[in-house]
Design a protein around this ligand. Structure first.
Ligand SMILES: *Cc1c(COP(=O)(O)O)cnc(C)c1O
Length: 236
């Protein structure tokens, strides 16, 4: 990535334009695709810089990191979704702090989110994370079990399923990624047509820096982009 030579503003605007172009190419309304700025490892000043140029949704993937940054982030103009793997013992700290937990990857986790939400008197919006790459190491539901698990989770008090989230294997080719995306889009439609009580299939979260155009063409309603906005992440 050579993104460092662009400002956050230039990158953000270029990605927005590309998303709009991909949407139009696919016969979709550009307004139906949300751009999330993924701000894990990004310092609060730079998160605010993105908010200043129009980012109204950010994604964080570590509970501790987010809680330590949030007071310095301008949350009056921006919503936050949690997108990382969530351990059950951290659920209590994040429930009520974010507008959505996109990474609900087990029934056990959904139960804990529900339990903590009920005790705070709220309902938490969640997405079911689908492990479409069928990799052993990754979190999420297998495509074949998503419908059944959605039915099970729909009964849990304190959570509301709003859609699906996925990330393809990082080593997939463009063709494989495109096929993954269209498979999950079909799954999303199939589940929506089943009209499960208390389940809304309105958010299809897929697409990252390397594949957001393909994701939009395949029907994504929310792309999660970090590196292409902020440059390569530095972990320390
Ligand atoms: C880090 C991350 C992203 C963003 O990845 P980039 O390749 O930097 O755009 C998207 N989704 C999830 C779940 C992530 O953890």
């Amino acid at each position: 990535m050579t993104g460092q030579s662009y400002t956050i503003e230039e990158s953000f605007k270029r990605i927005k334009d590309e998303i709009a172009q991909a949407a139009v190419k696919a016969g979709r309304n550009p307004d139906d695709v949300k751009l999330m700025a993924v701000t894990k490892t990004v310092a609060p000043e730079l998160v605010n810089a993105a908010i200043n140029v129009g980012a109204d949704l950010i994604g964080e993937s570590k509970v501790q990191e987010y809680l330590s940054k949030k007071d310095e982030i301008d949350l009056t103009r921006c919503k936050v979704h949690f997108i990382g793997h969530l351990q059950t013992n951290k659920v209590r700290q994040i429930v009520g702090e974010v507008a959505m937990i996109q990474s609900a990857d087990s029934v056990r986790l959904a139960r804990e989110i529900g339990r903590r939400s009920v005790s705070k008197g709220i309902v938490s919006d969640i997405l079911l994370e689908v492990n479409i790459g069928k990799e052993e190491s990754k979190f999420g539901f297998k495509p074949s079990e998503v419908y059944e698990k959605a039915c099970e989770i729909s009964e849990i008090e304190g959570v509301k399923i709003q859609g699906l989230m996925t990330l393809p294997p990082f080593d997939a080719t463009k063709e494989q990624t495109t096929a993954f995306f269209s498979n999950i889009r079909q799954l999303f439609i199939d589940i929506r047509e089943k009209k499960i009580h208390n389940v809304t299939m309105s958010v299809l979260s897929m697409g990252m820096s390397g594949d957001y155009r393909e994701a939009v063409i395949a029907g994504s309603t929310l792309v999660r982009v970090g590196t292409a906005i902020f440059g390569a992440r530095r972990y320390n």
